[in-house]
Ligand binder design. Structure first.
Ligand code: BG6
Length: 474
């Protein structure tokens, strides 16, 4: 336990330090979420936000650059000017260099006389995670005070590492200064309501959990389809690719939640234990790597690049429950739609008894854009003749609930409350890299299959599933 012994405490105060405050992530996601949390009074602590950057801003010039981003992110909400004014009183811009230990000491000095809870949010390129973590430790900002129950937490964005080795060494650096319960590794998919809802759908309803195995399930699909390209992230993307950008984290996490065993207790330790145990049982059967036409001409991309902007895969989960059940994955950029959907296809048992066209019992979790759950099942076509056809039952979030909180708002709240359920643990991260390293090794030097922009990806992705007599469900 990294302890602090302090004399005075302001235990209802919270200082949030945003490293990389002038960057895209901070402007587009973090500050709008903090603003929303603040104005809706869900930050019940006395909060101060310190925006740390190297640019030469003052409080008011930083405020001026930030304002249009907050307004754009919350364009459908009615933002009152006085709410913004109040919020900006809480933001203090600090022109500091986090690599410089002298500057880090200045941060430490700000809270030296009081014992205050602190969150360090690293919205910086991942290459800086280790140095920031080390510097926080050197100046003692990793310490928590048990006596006054104040905390120090570090929040890191993805990608966490570039391969298993780098993830392990980053974990080592972090764990030298912080305990696991102080480390919050963000995967914004875990902040999405329909992803969190998979837990309750599975474990709070008996009807499906009892048939959640290879005895009744035929196959599983996860598709994370994007109609955008790499935007202004050429250098990052060309060093990363879709497998590391979204499969290593978002897709593996969704798969783990969908297929993990029931945790003994519904808490962060048991859930993360089960997720890790599932992830470590995954093996890859087939991989199709693609690249959209025109990718090589994107800014900051190598004109000879073999980088993957699309991948389709077939996986297995080596457990008794899932033995023999194929899991199909499809994800890519510049496709013909924006949609994230998970489909569970049930075995079609009595189809031969009936006439008619029927696709089977299919349960789909629609993560976006039309959040909800769909169940496709057989129904009788009205008439004298006994024919069956596809019928759909549908649950839409919009029919039941109002505006949902943004993923970042939810995850920030969790971090403030100390709930790590929706953050990935050291073992999960390392298990996922073990799989990804294998895939990367296999496909890295392969020439990608080219596909047209605004299409459904390379034809071979259709063949991958077609040869098993199945099809992609949308
Ligand atoms: C991010 C990836 O983690 O997820 C992006 O870096 C991707 O490349 C994004 O576009 C997708 O998130 P969402 O919530 O829009 O599906």
């Amino acid at each position: 336990m990294v302890k602090n012994h302090c004399i005075k405490t302001k235990k209802d105060s919270l200082h949030i330090f945003v490293f990389g405050a002038t960057g895209d992530l901070a402007h587009k996601k973090l500050f709008p979420s903090l603003f929303n949390l603040y104005r809706n009074m869900r930050l019940d602590k006395d909060i101060e936000i310190f925006a740390i950057g190297r640019r030469d801003y003052t409080d008011s010039s930083f405020e001026a650059t930030l304002t249009p981003f907050i307004k754009a992110a919350l364009v459908h909400d009615h933002i009152k000017e006085e709410e913004l004014t109040k919020f900006f009183l809480k933001i203090h811009y600090l022109n500091l260099d986090f690599q410089n230990i002298g500057d880090m000491k200045k941060i430490k000095a700000m809270s030296d006389s009081d014992c205050i809870s602190q969150i360090f949010y690293l919205a910086v390129p991942p290459a800086f995670y280790a140095i920031i973590s080390k510097n926080l430790e050197t100046v003692g900002l990793n310490k928590q005070c048990e006596e006054h129950n104040t905390f120090s937490r570090i929040v890191l964005e993805k990608p966490f590492g570039t391969d298993l080795k780098s993830a392990e060494s980053l974990n080592k650096v972090l764990l030298a200064g912080f305990e696991e319960r102080q480390i919050y590794r963000i995967d914004h998919y875990l902040g999405k309501e329909p992803v969190q809802n998979i837990f309750s759908f599975r474990f709070a309803n008996n009807i499906f959990e009892n048939i959640w195995s290879n005895k009744y399930i035929d196959s599983i699909q996860i598709q994370l389809l994007e109609d955008i390209g790499i935007e202004q992230r050429g250098a990052f993307y060309d060093a990363t690719g879709v497998i590391i950008d979204v499969f290593q984290n978002h897709i593996l996490q969704m798969l783990a939640i969908l297929t993990m065993n029931k945790p003994k207790v519904f808490d962060e330790d048991h859930i993360r234990y089960e997720k890790n145990s599932l992830i470590s049982k995954i093996s890859i059967i087939d991989t199709i790597k693609g690249q959209y036409e025109g990718y090589k001409e994107e800014q900051n991309v190598d004109p000879q690049s073999n980088r993957d902007t699309f991948v389709a895969m077939k996986l297995h989960i080596n457990s008794r429950r899932w033995k023999g059940i194929p899991v199909y994955i499809k994800t890519g950029k510049m496709l013909d739609m924006k949609k994230t959907i998970i489909s569970v296809v049930f075995k079609n048992i009595k189809k031969e008894l009936f006439r008619g066209q029927f696709n089977g019992d299919i349960l789909s979790f629609i993560i976006q854009p039309d959040l909800g759950i769909k169940l496709n099942f057989a129904g009788k076509v009205p008439g004298m003749d006994y024919q069956i056809t596809d019928i759909q039952m549908e649950y839409k979030y919009s029919d039941y609930f109002g505006e949902l909180k943004s993923e970042y708002e939810k995850l920030l709240t969790d971090c403030i409350l100390g709930n790590q359920m929706n953050f990935t643990r050291t073992d999960e991260i390392e298990s996922s890299w073990r799989i990804v390293d294998k895939i990367e090794k296999e496909v890295k030097d392969k020439k990608p299959l080219m596909y047209k922009q605004n299409s459904s990806g390379p034809k071979e992705a259709q063949d991958l599933i077609k040869k098993d007599n199945r099809y992609w469900i949308l």
